[in-house]
Design a protein around this ligand. Structure first.
Ligand SMILES: [Fe+2]
Length: 156
């Protein structure tokens, strides 16, 4: 177990960078889910409207965990959308996606991208000896894998 001081190394900066990347991507993911929640129509309206709400509430919780982890290890979490958009690898869903299947496909695609980044974050945190971040990202890996499984099942 490392002390707070021992975590303040050059490698910690790499962890902060990847966590800020994740933070930016989760904020875009959150806003994408908001758009889907608002715009969905059709015979799956009730189930998807509610499911998107569950997902964006989870995403909001993750956003807070990521930002507070960044602070815990001595970094500064980005908080403006201008910053998020400049680094995010996720595309904003700018079309009004009302179709249930297309919406779920978009969430699945976003989730797969996030999973890749979470795994990269785990590697960076591991190399930095940052067990706290590894633990946070491990939990996130499991829940994201589960969501990917469920979304894939939905689309079959
Ligand atoms: Fe709502």
């Amino acid at each position: 177990m490392k002390t707070q001081d021992q975590l303040t190394t050059a490698k910690t900066q790499d962890v902060v960078t990847v966590l800020n990347q994740l933070l930016a991507d989760y904020q875009i993911y959150y806003q994408n889910l908001r758009g889907l929640h608002w715009n969905v129509t059709g015979n799956m309206f009730f189930s998807l409207h509610e499911k998107y709400e569950n997902y964006y509430n989870e995403a909001a919780e993750v956003v807070d965990q990521l930002a507070e982890r960044i602070l815990t290890i001595g970094g500064k979490p980005a908080h403006t959308f201008a910053d998020y958009l400049s680094v995010s690898g996720l595309k904003e869903l700018d079309d009004d996606i009302s179709d249930g299947k297309k919406g779920v496909e978009a969430v699945l695609e976003n989730s797969k991208y996030l999973l890749g980044l979470i795994r990269r974050g785990s590697e960076v945190a591991s190399a930095a000896g940052d067990e706290g971040t590894v633990a946070l990202l491990s939990e996130l890996t499991g829940s994201t894998e589960k969501r990917i499984w469920m979304l894939t099942a939905f689309l079959k």
